[in-house]
Design a protein around this ligand. Sequence first.
Ligand code: ZN
Length: 179
Amino acid sequence: MEPLIKITTRDDIIPEYRNTPVGLFLEYHNLGRKFVKHTKPELLIGMCIDSRLVLNVPHNFSYVVRSGGGNMRDMEFNISYAIAVGGIRHIIVLGHTNCAMINLIDKRKDFIKGMVDTAGWAKYLAEEHFQESQPIYEIKNEIDFVLKETRRLRLKYPRVTVVPMMYRVKNNHIFLIDE
Ligand SMILES: [Zn+2]
């Protein structure tokens, strides 16, 4: 049984997140809440580069940091800036189903061939590039990965609320992860 909380009404949002930017995000994306004008961004969302993920949020509501698997390890200055200068107090770590970063190691051959044929790299450089990056971006299990990133960011930014969520590609629904 997956530890996912389905959000189909406002009451499904756990009370500590209701009436916060986190709850508002779920209302916009899942519940079709009417967009209002935001004068400044309310939260930061970290998510995968996957082209199937499309957020239903209003203009100027959120900073969005995207990287393979939603891995935010190389994005720290961006996140720090959004907090320190942008005044962000909430971060959502948004994983998704069916992520290509799962079992990345299996894609080694395709990656190297693509870097040589499409990008024009020397084979040994492509091999090195994969070797260095694969351990950072590899995901074994989407939910575990999101929870791990959440814990890491909570330690790094102790006054910021960090919330793990999961995007189901099949129906574009975003779930809270039950911790
Ligand atoms: Zn992905």
